[in-house]
Design a protein around this ligand. Structure first.
Ligand SMILES: NC(=O)C1=CN([C@@H]2O[C@H](COP(=O)(O)OP(=O)(O)OC[C@H]3O[C@@H](n4cnc5c(N)ncnc54)[C@H](O)[C@@H]3O)[C@@H](O)[C@H]2O)C=CC1
Ligand SMILES: O=C1[C@@H](O)[C@H](O)[C@@H](O)[C@H](O)[C@H]1O
Length: 336
């Protein structure tokens, strides 16, 4: 069976996902697209999936009988509307991160999915599919470095566009660590602290950059992460787990070691698209397979909700300079 997919949002990652769902992966085809910029949707369809219909609204795409499943790659503030509409239509939906921009909105999605009686929602936390993170998780779970005590992490982007403002360092960027690190150590967070310091001269407008975020988990693991989105030198993701008996680190992406012009070294990637290209493929291939079998096997609406609660706590911690507790509703049996 071939899963017929409708994609809402034909911007940067929308185009990436259309490319893989229509031409690269097995068992899927893109039959419909939509974007508030309709002309852009038409141009993208023409280039990547010429037989797809271009719908005037996201709702029309979701309602279309030709669409079996929905992929939401529009801006964060529109996610709630499209995910709720997909649930109401009884259609599986893959939503890029964040699931929604507030914890309240994510809670509404969780409640709607429970009321619908079956899991339909997967969130685009692709790092769980990255070969390096999967290897690191295996090492941690094997007990070879003993129980994890501390994590030292960094999320560095070379630069960000002018529309990247305010707390996006948390809600758009650090949200990846929020999800992948609780999955990595199989633990949940209980508090957040944000430490701001000297601002880089490369940070535009009101953007505070860089800063440190410290999360503490239920079992007491302390996780520090540097968020630095104007670091200039590369797209650089770091994660080191310090255990009772040793340390384990996220492998560096494989790039060619070079000796040239009196220097020895290797190139750094400059772009998230390249750094996680394989994980997006694995993520969406597993989603297509699971959706065809009527299951959700990846990050759920609950994971999206938990990430949003944590992200809200980090935003509050940044605003107040205080250590902010992280409290969620009880995890429903539906997600156990
Ligand atoms: N998993 C990952 O590594 C990544 C995830 N993302 C997430 O994907 C989403 C999109 O990000 P980008 O592609 O970078 O942004 P973008 O700005 O390149 O594209 C977003 C597209 O959505 C369209 N759009 C916005 N509101 C809409 C609405 N109500 N209905 C239909 N179309 C609408 C815009 O016109 C635009 O074409 C965001 O939630 C972002 O956080 C983005 C980059 C990487
Ligand atoms: O999801 C992503 C972007 O939306 C975000 O803006 C970047 O900071 C992240 O590194 C990238 O993975």
């Amino acid at each position: 069976m071939t899963l017929k997919i409708g994609v809402i949002g034909t911007g940067a990652i929308g185009q990436e996902h259309i490319g893989r769902l229509h031409g690269k992966l097995v068992g899927s085809t893109v039959v419909a697209v939509n974007d508030i910029n309709l002309e852009n949707a038409r141009v993208v369809a023409e280039r990547l999936c010429p037989s797809a219909s271009v719908h005037a609204t996201g709702q029309a795409l979701i309602d279309s009988p030709e669409v079996d499943a929905v992929v939401v790659t529009s801006w964060g503030p529109s996610h709630e509307e499209f995910v709720l509409a997909s649930i109401a239509a009884g259609k599986p939906v893959f939503c890029e991160k964040p699931l929604a921009t507030t914890a309240e909105a994510c809670q509404r999605i969780v409640e709607a999915e429970i009321a619908a009686g079956r899991q339909l929602v997967q969130v685009g936390f692709m790092r769980r599919y990255d070969a390096g993170y999967r290897q690191l998780k295996e090492v941690v779970a094997s007990g070879r470095i003993g129980a994890p005590l501390l994590l030292h992490c960094a999320h560095r982007n070379p630069s960000v566009p002018a529309h990247y403002v305010g707390d996006m360092g948390i809600t758009d960027t650090f949200i990846h660590e929020i999800d992948v690190l609780r999955w990595l150590v199989d633990d949940d967070y209980v508090s957040a602290q944000v430490i701001e310091g000297k601002k880089s001269r490369h940070a535009l407008n009101d953007l505070s950059d860089p800063y440190m975020i410290v999360l503490k988990t239920r079992s007491g693991v302390v996780i520090d992460t540097e968020v630095f989105v104007n670091c200039q030198f590369g797209y650089d993701i770091q994660c080191q787990v310090v255990g009772e008996d040793g340390t384990a680190s996220l492998p560096e992406p494989a790039t060619v070691p070079m000796r040239q012009a009196s220097q020895a070294g290797r190139a750094l990637l400059m772009d998230w698209k390249l750094r996680f290209i394989d994980s997006y493929d694995v993520e969406l291939q597993e989603w297509v397979q699971a959706t065809t079998e009527g299951k959700v096997t990846g990050p759920t609406a609950w994971d999206g909700y938990f990430a949003a609660v944590t992200s809200d706590a980090c935003v509050e911690a940044k605003r107040t300079g205080q250590i902010v507790p992280i409290t969620t509703m009880d995890k429903p049996d539906f997600y156990r």
